[in-house]
Design a protein. Structure first.
Length: 266
């Protein structure tokens, strides 16, 4: 049985927060510059007591938290090799933590989903970062019909988790336009590189207001965020930034029309 969060010891220092550009689910099987970046991020932070992940791949109306003891590994894609469908990430869930988050958040009602597994935005990254799958994992859904300010405000209410050894992990891509993605040409599209640079500059300057209203950041950013689901997880990471947190940007590379840029705060 998982220890209720209320009785968890206070961490000696706040847990860092992460946003990871997850890219292709094939990263779960590969050793490349991106997966090595994820491994390095895991080495830089204390081992979490639990992980709360906000992934691009669980979109809902309303906000939900997975609340199952043993979340299944969801293979929410097609057209990939069988080896990827054979991957399972048997990390335990943490229903007590899900209930605690539902109590903690006041700006929105958090519905509990007792059957929800974890999608590839979660397990493709965690399989690389924490291959032993021994850390409890829960996932929060994204109501993509709601504006950036809603997500930012909700994320701010998760701030106590940083002091309780919980890693909050956003998983998406800050530039993600599959319609314009060229599978056989990894060279970054000029507009995608400019969009990535613009967003990265705003992260480094702490301009969260502009990042919440990304529609006003120009044509390149608009092209890079045609739909919000891969971008919104970034706001969950930024909302938890504290004074004095160091900003570490890694995996800062654009592949065609997708940015793998990742951010650690803390």
């Amino acid at each position: 049985m998982n220890t209720p969060l209320e009785s968890a010891p206070m961490a000696s220092a706040p847990m860092p927060v992460l946003f990871v550009g997850h890219g292709s689910p094939m990263n779960a099987l590969e050793d490349n510059a991106f997966t090595r970046g994820w491994q390095d991020a895991a080495r830089r932070i204390p081992k979490p007591q639990a992980i709360v992940c906000i992934s691009a791949h669980w979109e809902t109306r309303g906000v939900y938290a997975g609340a199952t003891d043993q979340p299944e590994t969801i293979h929410d894609f097609y057209g990939f090799p069988k080896a990827l469908f054979d991957v399972h990430y048997p990390a335990p869930g943490d229903p007590a933590l899900a209930h605690r988050i539902a109590q903690m958040v006041q700006s929105a009602k958090i519905h509990l989903d007792p059957g929800r597994g974890i999608d590839h935005g979660v397990w493709s990254v965690l399989r690389i970062m924490y291959p032993q799958a021994d850390i409890p994992v829960i996932q929060l859904s994204l109501d993509t019909a709601l504006p950036g300010a809603f997500h930012y405000r909700l994320a701010q209410e998760l701030a106590p988790l940083r002091d309780q050894g919980v890693l909050v992990l956003g998983s998406g891509n800050i530039v993600h336009n599959l319609r314009l993605f060229h599978f056989h040409d990894p060279a970054p599209a000029d507009w995608a590189a400019r969009a990535d640079t613009e967003i990265r500059a705003r992260i480094e300057s702490g301009d969260h207001a502009a990042l919440m209203e990304w529609h006003g950041l120009g044509a390149d950013v608009a092209l890079g965020i045609p739909t919000p689901e891969h971008y919104l997880p970034l706001l969950y990471t930024l909302a938890l930034q504290r004074a004095g947190d160091k900003i570490h940007i890694f995996n800062d590379r654009v592949i065609s029309a997708i940015s793998m840029t990742s951010v650690m705060l803390g």
